[in-house]
Design a protein around this ligand. Structure first.
Ligand code: HEM
Length: 513
């Protein structure tokens, strides 16, 4: 019996020992994986943090950090980021004055910031002037605020109008475009082949399209309050695009009192116009059973009847302001497209052939025509690629990581959109203007790395409205006019921003015969 028990017992013992070893192995692996089963969550965070590396980057100097290293790239700091990434890699750190900044240049890492960890990176920097644009509180802005429930609500309220998912919205926009385009064409007609600073009438047209579509009102191009409103929006837009020393060196702000006053004046002129000439009357006569435009949708979300989060007056006013300001993006990019058409021989002829084939000499385009006019669409996309406008900076709202690099809470994350638009590893001949690169087998094809409007929870909500308004404007102008730039005219079209300087440059429009 003992002879039987002994091997059975030893087998049992070996079995137990084996299981113990396996159990210990599994536990230790799990320990490694989840940091430590017996540590507290803050200890495990410490361990997680310890596994991450500090992002590489040039050594900062006191006060300025690394700002001085970007000085020679003043025209386009993103070109500077591309240069620095050759030494420090696709994710690197710069101390920009008061702010630690992480520069991200490669698609996978960009997607980690915007999509995979979108909720870690949904804040915006607290720049002094961003507050100044919005009465001292950038949280009132749609584009420059941090993420919040209010932001979610107001984005949801305005999105259907802007994203044009319903045919009713699309048809309404095209009808607004058609009626406004007559005014622009008349305006251009009057120039009789002389060079004209076309940005002005184009900006009045874009603003009126927005006002008609969003607010069911328009103003005459001879109304000086209206033209002044458009100018104020354009100046603020240019200011946003350009950046300012106080963004990263806020202690400089006492030296910029007159600049601050200028911003305050522009912002309050805009606000007064919107309040007095658009919102007040609409609010007084608001009928909740009749929701016809974006202003109605905003007003319908004002009253707090069921205890849910609603939008207060300020929020409504500023949301509208932010969206009307989008018309400045349109006039500036339309001007860029006109310049690129003139500067790239053959483009105008190809565009006009497509327009003549699909629309003939007179008919305005419909929403359906757009899908057939691939070359026109591709010209706009190629112009956006050349513009390489920056993605609005994001901010990490908690300690987090990109790739295997630690990113501390409060870091500003700058996505290098210039690099993904201009890299020779992503595009053939990136410096050339080749609209055909976006056409594959007769259809428009956007590569995943082409994201002029960004992606994720803070992505642009004006992208569709932009594409439609730009398309309609370019097509309608080239249908009727040949365009050229005055001989010898110096035309400055900087990359890495949308805004052109001041009123832009002259364009010559001659009637097509
Ligand atoms: C060429 C034209 C335009 C370009 C290239 C553009 C691009 C962008 C980009 C890159 C962002 C930042 C996305 C991010 O932070 O991840 C943005 C945000 C935004 N855009 Fe545009 N945009 C254009 C036109 C417009 C227009 C016409 C409107 C308004 C109708 C508009 C409204 C907005 C708003 C409200 C945001 C902020 C969204 C948020 O932070 O939640 N944009 N845009």
């Amino acid at each position: 019996m003992d002879a039987l028990i002994a091997p059975a017992a030893s087998f049992f013992l070996i079995f137990i020992l084996f299981n113990l070893v396996v159990a210990l192995f599994v536990v230790s692996k799990r320990k490694l994986k989840s940091q430590n089963l017996f540590t507290t969550s803050s200890e495990s965070k410490d361990l997680e943090r310890a596994a991450l590396q500090t992002p590489p980057g040039p050594t900062p100097v006191p006060v300025l950090g690394n700002l001085h290293q970007l000085a020679k790239y003043e025209e386009n700091p993103y070109a500077g980021f591309t240069e620095l990434s050759k030494s420090y890699g696709s994710v690197f750190k710069l101390q920009m004055g008061a702010y630690p900044c992480i520069i991200v240049s490669e698609l996978d890492d960009i997607m980690e910031v915007l999509i995979k960890k979108g909720q870690h990176f949904d804040g915006r920097p607290n720049f002094m002037r961003w507050n100044a644009y919005f009465d001292g509180d950038r949280q009132l802005s749609l584009a420059l605020c941090d993420w919040s429930d209010i932001q979610k609500t107001r984005r949801n309220v305005v999105r259907p109008h802007l994203m044009l998912k319903h045919d009713a919205h699309k048809n309404e926009l095209f009808s607004c475009l058609e009626s406004e385009m007559h005014y622009l064409i008349d305006e251009i007609d009057r120039t009789k082949g002389k060079g004209v600073m076309a940005k002005l009438p184009i900006s009045y047209c874009a603003m009126n399209v927005f006002l008609t579509y969003m607010c069911s009102t328009r103003f005459d191009y001879s109304d000086s309050d209206f033209t002044n409103l458009t100018k104020c929006f354009d100046l603020i837009f240019e200011d946003i695009n350009n950046g300012h020393p106080t963004d990263f060196l806020p202690w400089l702000s006492p030296f910029y009192a007159s600049y601050r006053n200028k911003i305050n004046d522009l912002a309050s002129t805009i606000r007064k116009f919107i309040l007095e000439k658009i919102i007040r009357d609409r609010a007084d006569n608001f009928d909740g059973n009749n929701i016809n435009d974006l202003v109605d949708s905003l007003l319908a979300n004002h009253l707090n009847q069921d205890g849910k989060l609603n939008l207060d007056w300020q929020i409504i006013l500023f949301a509208l302001e932010d969206l009307l300001g989008g018309s400045s993006a349109i006039s500036n990019v339309v001007m860029r497209i006109l310049a690129l058409i003139c500067q790239n021989p053959g483009t105008q002829e190809k565009l006009q052939k497509e327009i003549d084939d699909v629309l003939g000499s007179n008919r305005f385009p419909t929403a359906e025509d757009r899908s057939k006019m691939t070359y026109s669409e591709a010209v706009i996309m190629e112009a956006l690629r050349h513009t390489s406008s920056p993605i609005v900076p994001h901010v990490a709202n908690e300690d987090t990581s990109i790739k295997n690099f630690f990113v501390e809470k409060g870091s500003v994350v700058l996505i290098n959109n210039y690099e993904i638009n201009m890299s020779s590893s992503l595009w053939d001949n990136p410096k050339e203007f080749i609209p055909e690169r976006f056409i594959v087998k007769g259809q428009i094809k956007k590569p995943v790395h082409f994201m002029p409007f960004s992606t994720g929870k803070r992505s642009c909500i004006g992208s569709r409205i932009f594409m439609n308004v730009a398309f309609f404007t370019i097509v309608s102008l080239l249908q009727r006019f040949n365009i050229s730039l005055p001989e010898g005219a110096k035309i400055k079209i900087p990359q890495g921003r949308i805004a052109l300087e001041g009123d832009g440059f002259p364009v010559i429009f001659t009637q097509r015969t």
